[in-house]
Design a protein around this ligand. Structure first.
Ligand SMILES: [Fe+2]
Ligand SMILES: [Fe+2]
Length: 163
């Protein structure tokens, strides 16, 4: 893997978002709903920033490069829709403090994110690093500009991801 790779940057952002989700989930699990709402807001902002950067910058770039009209990125966009829907549900459930429903939707989101992220990390991002050619740095810079230069700044705090 090259030093400054899309894979490296985006993998790291996934781990940060995972850590933010754990904070929100733990708070809800303890029925600390005010905290859960705050943590959920931070998590949601980070996740939406990430998937918007994919949909607006990374996916169009790889689609153009590969000549994809219907391809892996359409499937990723479809999963993003499901993720967005679950985020809206979680926000409502945290507002009303519905413990069991929150954990149920939370489990669905955990599973979906794990699958989705692993497909991106194992297949899509490495492919982007391989084929992007002279546009590689420009695409990566655009993503960093959107998400935050070191994939930490969007949360306003440094998060320990254990990696
Ligand atoms: Fe994604
Ligand atoms: Fe992603």
């Amino acid at each position: 893997m090259r030093m400054d790779s899309i894979t490296d940057f985006m993998d790291k952002d996934h781990r940060i978002i995972d850590a933010l989700w754990k904070n929100a989930h733990d708070a809800a699990n303890n029925q600390a709903w005010l905290l859960a709402q705050d943590m959920l807001t931070i998590f949601t902002q980070a996740l939406l920033l990430h998937i918007d950067a994919e949909e607006d910058i990374l996916f169009p770039a790889i689609e153009e490069k590969q000549g994809w009209e219907e391809g892996p990125t359409s499937f990723m966009r479809h999963e993003h829709k499901q993720i967005r829907y679950q985020l809206q549900q979680l926000e409502k459930l945290a507002d009303t403090g519905e413990y069991h429903e929150f954990l149920k939707v939370g489990d669905l989101l955990t599973a979906l994110l794990a699958l989705h992220n692993s497909k991106e990390e194992k297949v899509l991002y490495p492919l982007c690093d391989q084929v992007m050619g002279i546009e590689h740095q420009e695409v990566l810079d655009l993503i960093k500009g959107r998400i935050g230069k070191d994939a930490h700044t969007h949360t306003g705090q440094k998060i320990e991801t254990g990696s």
